[in-house]
Design a protein around this ligand. Structure first.
Ligand SMILES: *Cc1c(COP(=O)(O)O)cnc(C)c1O
Length: 358
């Protein structure tokens, strides 16, 4: 069976590097994004490591994920609460004081009973989710009327990876949102909610402008991909930071054969051997969520063995005789080959692949 090895020391090193770069005086401002099975790394496994670092806030995808880590963090925010679809699980979350529901549209507010803890998402220019800036007043009226607990106000800056002014424009809009929120809180005698807006790449570009008063600064950073060891920024931004991928994917040998130069391997005989060599198959394929290597793609295992396309559903042919291979310990080459981002390669790995923490 294939397995994913999680290198805990790399995770701890990333935590240290990121807290130094983003919030050296208060590392607890770093929240971890654990959505989608911790980007394919294993929700419980990564939650354990995060807890060891003293991380107190996390963001998960849905109610099911929140309940899996319910005992581990004082603050658990559900980014996409599928509240009404799961009445009994929803009730369990409502009864847990450490679970918060992210709200992305005014129409969703009536779904929540009095005393529900919510984090309200504001659209500041990404135009994906969140209520409009000019609906803030209406949202506060509904929150007060329905007796909801406003725990957070947040936005998503969608330009952290990109050179250009939009990143700064969104920050400026969110600053204006925060000012308006403080006024509304005063008007309705509500406690100040926590503010957050930045993901990995954006957090690393945060403007440490000390002229902005404490009450208007972000209270936490939602860090996902950087904890897992990657950044996907446009090269020109060139942020000097060294992160270490924490996952490596391993597969075990199914069978081996000695083949001659010119012999062909796999469906359609697509791979033609350029020399006599031993070819083995290993027990991982696109049925396990690993992207399907196709004709013309050139990828090597960590040991430097050539992987022979095409990949099958449950196995992979490799110019190797070893009992076990490391398919990757860094997915950047895979992301490049498939013209995508590391997130997509990682998050596709099935949750059923066992995890080994070392
Ligand atoms: C996924 C996600 C993040 C984390 O983004 P990274 O680029 O992985 O750091 C932060 N905030 C929200 C709302 C997200 O959905």
């Amino acid at each position: 069976m294939p397995y994913i090895q999680i290198h805990s020391q790399n995770f701890f090193d990333n935590f240290h590097t990121l807290s130094q770069a983003i919030s050296p005086n208060n590392p607890q401002k770093l929240a971890i994004v654990l959505k989608d099975n911790a980007y394919g790394h294993g929700l419980k496994e990564i939650a354990t490591l995060a807890k060891k670092c003293g991380i107190i806030s996390c963001f998960v995808k849905n109610i099911q994920e929140a309940l899996e880590v319910i005992d581990w963090f004082p603050h658990i925010s559900i980014l996409y609460p599928n509240a009404l679809e799961n009445p009994s699980l929803f009730k369990q979350c409502l009864e847990s004081p450490n679970i918060y529901f992210c709200i992305s549209a005014l129409e969703k507010l009536p779904d929540y009973p009095p005393l529900s803890r919510i984090e309200l998402k504001i659209n500041t220019g990404m135009n994906r989710n969140g209520i409009a800036y000019n609906s803030l007043k209406e949202a506060f009226e509904l929150i007060v009327k329905n007796k909801l607990q406003l725990v957070g106000i947040f936005t998503h800056n969608g330009f952290g990876d990109n050179f250009g002014c939009e990143f700064y424009t969104q920050n400026a809009v969110f600053l204006a949102v925060k000012k308006e929120v403080l006024k509304l809180c005063e008007k309705y005698s509500l406690p100040k909610p926590r503010f957050h807006s930045l993901c990995s790449s954006a957090g690393l570009r945060v403007n440490k402008d000390l002229s902005i008063p404490q009450s208007l600064q972000d209270d936490c950073y939602r860090i996902g991909i950087a904890f897992y060891g990657y950044l996907c920024q446009e090269e020109i931004l060139n942020i000097p930071i060294h992160l270490k991928p924490i996952a490596s994917l391993w597969a075990k040998k199914i069978s081996s054969r000695m083949l001659k130069k010119g012999e062909r391997v796999g469906y359609g005989g697509i791979s033609v051997l350029s020399r006599d060599c031993v070819v083995s198959t290993y027990d991982i394929g696109y049925g396990d969520g690993l992207f399907r290597l196709r004709e013309g793609m050139e990828l090597y295992t960590k040991e430097g063995f050539k992987i022979l396309p095409p990949a099958s559903m449950d196995c992979l042919s490799v110019e190797s005789e070893k009992e076990e291979i490391c398919v990757f310990d860094n997915v950047e080459k895979w992301a490049e080959a498939f013209n995508t981002i590391p997130y997509e390669i990682l998050v596709h790995l099935h949750s059923s692949i066992p995890k080994k923490i070392i």
